[in-house]
Design a protein around this ligand. Structure first.
Ligand SMILES: Nc1ncnc2c1ncn2[C@@H]1O[C@H](COP(=O)(O)OP(=O)(O)OP(=O)(O)O)[C@@H](O)[C@H]1O
Ligand SMILES: [Mg+2]
Length: 461
């Protein structure tokens, strides 16, 4: 079995984490530092003695800031670079137990599902070479069914018969062709499991699935496994058989154990829109009752409890929760005290400025300008954005945010699509030049009128 520690051994330091986040998220230094410390603390926790380890609680965080300034982006990148099971849920999606809606425990079940898929995908890569080799043998068996020996070989007779020599020669010839891919289109016939009918899913009441009980798995195994003779090309068979062999090679029980361990020790739950379930203390009754109910439901999983999943019990004590919200109307102090206590770290993210927009457009590895340049390049056209052109886009973005509504960096998306619409539309058949320069003149020409007209910008930008 692989050690649980293989992912922790190359754990990043807080500085390295911030540096990694810097590649995608501009500014928001405080938020980055907080999440980096929280992440590192989980690794630290795993290094201390087991008795103390259980006492160390995660540094749950509330990120407070206006829309579109990088809250979700930070959490998502954090999960990706730490290779942690990650789930993002909207707190407002949940309702009190007993009401219609998702119960909060499903968060942990979904996270576990994610982790299982993640671990299995990793295992799949590990066994891939072996699975490919086994698949090759199976295809060769299908192409050249092994011949039965007519007479049993006498004991001690090690030499092969000429007949055997010949078949193994042919087998090697076929193997070579197979590897070259020259047999890919040849059709072979093989037994395949017949596809399961989804009949079973209809029977259970809706919540069966919620409770983590899969009817298909419960009863599916009781049914005789049906197989079907099918014709398919070698290329298709290779995919199916490699997969089949890989499934056999993976130790599924160990994978599940590892997946649960991962959820319990490095899982991250991102609770978006937490402000929406923070009741305004002044106005009682009405929807606030149920908001507080959701908070009370969340409490046990944030505090630490056991959740039943179809893979077994999952302890949530050390799952990291990162909550986020704009908190325009409510404040973190409007949350019930127990929940507040469970989110000891508060970080504020600030509104983005024109300078930030310039960087967001150009610096991140997935920066919009890079994305669009690459997209248009596929049509054989090189777009070049001049510095003053980029500055103009940023300026217009921040003006539109002030004028219409502050939607943060999301504004850049709407502006870029408006700016490039014509090029994107005409590129394949109308544009002759292979070089286009986008400078401030061009940006102004395309966008100035829209920005000046409030009504127009409300709809377009
Ligand atoms: N600081 C930033 N640096 C780089 N890109 C950013 C930044 N802030 C936002 N973006 C980009 O803007 C988009 C929206 O950001 P994100 O989803 O993080 O917003 P949010 O803060 O979670 O907002 P909301 O409160 O509406 O959920 C993303 O595509 C993201 O890449
Ligand atoms: Mg968000």
């Amino acid at each position: 079995m692989t050690s649980f520690n293989n992912q922790e051994s190359n754990e990043l330091t807080p500085r390295e984490i911030v540096r990694e986040l810097d590649k995608y998220v501009i500014g928001q230094r405080n938020a980055k530092k907080s999440v980096a410390i929280a992440l590192r603390n989980r690794w630290r926790r795993l290094q201390v003695s087991p008795s103390l380890r259980e006492e160390i609680m995660p540094n749950n965080i509330i990120m407070i800031g206006p829309t579109g300034v990088g809250k979700t982006e930070i959490a998502r990148r954090l999960a990706r670079l730490s290779n942690a099971p990650f789930i993002k849920v909207e707190a407002s999606k949940f309702t009190e137990v007993g009401y219609v809606g998702r119960d909060v425990e499903s968060i942990i079940r979904d996270l576990t599902e994610y982790s299982v898929n993640m671990v299995k995908a990793e295992r799949r890569v590990e066994v891939n070479d072996k699975a490919k080799a086994l698949c090759e043998e199976r295809i060769l068996d299908l192409l050249l069914p092994p011949i039965r020996r007519k007479t049993p070989i006498a004991v001690g007779d090690a030499a092969t018969t000429p007949q055997e020599d010949e078949t193994s020669n042919t087998r090697e010839k076929f193997r070579k062709k197979l590897r070259e891919g020259s047999l890919d289109d040849r059709v072979i016939e093989m037994e395949l499991p017949a596809t399961n009918t989804p009949l079973m899913q209809v029977i259970g009441p809706m919540n069966m699935e919620e409770m983590g009980i899969n009817m298909q798995e419960l009863f599916g195994n009781l049914m005789p496994k049906k197989t079907k003779q099918r014709k398919l090309t070698i290329a298709e068979a290779r995919v199916i058989l490699t997969n089949e062999e890989a499934q056999k090679l993976i130790d599924h029980d160990a994978a599940i154990k590892d997946a649960i361990h991962r959820v319990e020790n490095s899982g991250i739950v991102f609770l978006d829109e937490i402000d929406k379930i923070a009741g305004n203390k002044g106005q009682m009754g009405g929807p606030d009752v149920s908001r507080e109910g959701v908070q009370r439901d969340l409490l046990p999983i944030v505090e630490g409890s056991n959740v039943t999943t179809k893979y077994g019990m999952v302890k949530t004590d050390h799952v990291l929760f990162i909550a986020s919200g704009a908190f325009h109307v409510s404040k973190p102090s409007d949350l019930i005290p127990e929940l507040q206590g469970r989110f000891p770290i508060r970080v504020e993210l600030r509104s983005l400025t024109e300078d930030d927009f310039v960087k967001i457009l150009t610096v991140p590895e997935n920066a919009l300008i890079k994305q669009y340049t690459a997209l248009i390049k596929t049509e054989g056209i090189t777009v070049h954005f001049t510095d003053d052109g980029i500055r103009e886009v940023a300026k217009i973005a921040s003006e539109a945010n002030e004028l219409v509504e502050n939607i943060g960096a999301r504004r850049l998306h709407t502006i870029m699509t408006t700016l490039l619409e014509e090029i994107l539309y005409d590129a394949p058949d109308k544009i002759q030049s292979i070089n286009i320069t986008v400078d401030s003149e061009l940006v102004k020409a395309k966008l100035a009128d829209i920005v000046k007209d409030r009504d127009l910008s409300r709809y377009i930008l």
